[in-house]
Design a protein around this ligand. Structure first.
Ligand SMILES: Cc1ncc(COP(=O)(O)O)c(C=O)c1O
Length: 436
């Protein structure tokens, strides 16, 4: 393993009379106050007076302390990565701009080319397939397991061809994909597995952390995820020996793990599975790392609150057999409960999910815009995919999307709100059953 030290690239030149820091503007009191104003919004005389007091205190702090100088890929990023390694029982976890940047690193490692095939679940966010589409690789949509809406390994097996280079399972809503059969299939055909673990930081599949089971896993810390690094962020991890190179892949192939002398930093050509490849720059900042580290310290509590709310909803919904509630944790599976998967049986409910969503909307229950099957997006048609044919190969995705599922929020709600949401779902389904 390379020495796990933060880079001194660009800044810390040690004791000098004219420091390198002088070439970049650093943070001052006014910058800091603007961030505080943004993070704790308010208005009025009392608010302004408190901000002014804080400004005076920050000025005082500057007489005793100093601005950091190094703002990107420094000690805080390294500290975060060590903590994430411990959390995931992994090594080489690398903090990047977002999960999508991590997907690109994995796709590049696989040396994905025009004409190669990638199997992706029919239901996911566009980010999962953007890189293969941009490259002219062929995206093959795998059907979903209707109970979890996760990629169904049996359909993956049916859709593998001699050109399949990667399989990309997505742990939708934080519920882990059935990884064992998927890894067996991938192993049999020597295909790389990239886990889209955007929703699954902290999920467990048979004792292993979701995102660390495939060859690569990429997590998202975008503002709508269970924890965030001030709005954007991602972690890429790999169980391959390549994990040692993830930090170079993050930053143009530069090896910044060692002291740099005379600008002769080392730039390496990273060796992927099939070829050497150039890397991108998806570096994240010290401030983002501080934000994520702090939230990481309470991630178990956050998931616990989500789990309790999911248990409450599932308990309430068991009263009506037209409702198919979110599955709950078992000995083998622990979800992050990023989203609560609510499904109905349209025959028993006397109507489909579109009607239920409308009724919930009328009752003031937020409708998270739920994931549509990717073949419904115009981009696929524009790129020449026969979307009508693809739809026929994904019957479960079509059925669950148009008639059965939606997602409910399960975090940051008061007990009155969660109770009201449960009442509203039950009342709405009962109304549907009465033909109202
Ligand atoms: C399933 C899924 N995959 C990937 C992403 C992309 O994550 P990021 O915004 O960190 O690139 C998201 C983001 O919402 C997502 O929901």
């Amino acid at each position: 393993m390379p020495e796990k030290k933060a880079s001194d690239f660009r800044y810390s030149t040690g004791e000098t009379k004219v420091p390198w820091d002088a070439v970049g503007e650093n943070y001052n009191t006014s910058d800091i106050l603007e961030v505080i104003r943004f993070l704790v919004k308010g208005e009025g005389d009392i608010y302004e007076s408190l901000i002014s007091d804080i400004g005076k205190k920050v000025d005082e702090l500057f007489t005793d302390g100093a601005a950091p100088g190094k703002l990107s890929l420094g000690d805080k990023v390294s500290e975060l990565e060590d903590k994430v390694d411990a959390f995931l029982h992994a090594s080489g976890s690398t903090f990047i701009t977002n999960a999508t940047a991590g997907f690109e690193i994995a796709y590049r490692y696989a040396n994905l080319k025009e004409g190669d095939e990638v199997i992706i679940p029919a239901i996911t966010f566009i980010a999962t397939m953007s890189y293969p589409l941009a490259l002219g690789a062929k995206v093959v949509l795998g059907d979903v397991d209707p109970r979890t809406i996760n990629l169904d390994p049996r359909d993956v097996e049916r859709k593998i061809t001699g050109r399949t280079k990667m399989i990309v399972p997505v742990h939708i809503g934080g519920w882990p994909v059935d990884m064992d059969p998927l890894m067996d299939i991938a192993g049999k055909h020597d295909i790389l597995v990239l886990e889209d673990a955007a929703h699954a930081f902290g999920a467990v599949y048979k004792g292993r952390m979701a995102g660390t089971i495939g060859d690569f896993g990429s997590y998202s810390f975008h503002e709508v995820k269970n924890i965030t690094s001030f709005g954007e962020g991602g972690i890429i991890t790999s169980r391959l020996p390549f994990s040692e190179d993830l930090k170079k892949a993050r930053f143009l192939g530069l090896d910044v793990s060692k002291q740099i002398k005379n600008w002769l930093y080392d730039v390496v050509a990273l060796k992927g599975k099939y070829a050497h490849f150039a890397a991108n720059n998806s570096s994240a900042t010290e401030i983002q790392a501080i934000g994520l580290m702090n939230q990481l310290s309470r991630v178990h509590k956050i998931i616990e609150e989500r789990r309790k709310n999911a248990e409450y909803l599932t308990g309430r919904f068991s009263k009506n057999d037209a409702i198919i509630p979110q599955l709950l944790d078992t000995d083998d599976i622990q979800s992050t409960y990023h989203l609560y998967l609510l499904q109905i049986d349209p025959e028993k409910a006397g109507g489909d999910i579109q009607l239920l969503k409308k009724k919930l909307g009328d009752k003031g229950i937020t409708n998270i815009p739920h994931f549509a099957p990717l073949y419904k997006f115009r981009i696929m048609k524009d790129l020449g995919y026969d979307t009508a044919e693809i739809e026929k190969t994904c019957p479960n995705a079509e059925k669950v999307f148009s008639t059965r599922f939606t997602h409910l929020p399960v975090y940051g709600l008061s007990s009155e709100q969660i109770e009201y949401m449960a009442d509203s779902v039950l009342e709405s389904v009962e109304e549907m059953q009465k033909g109202k």
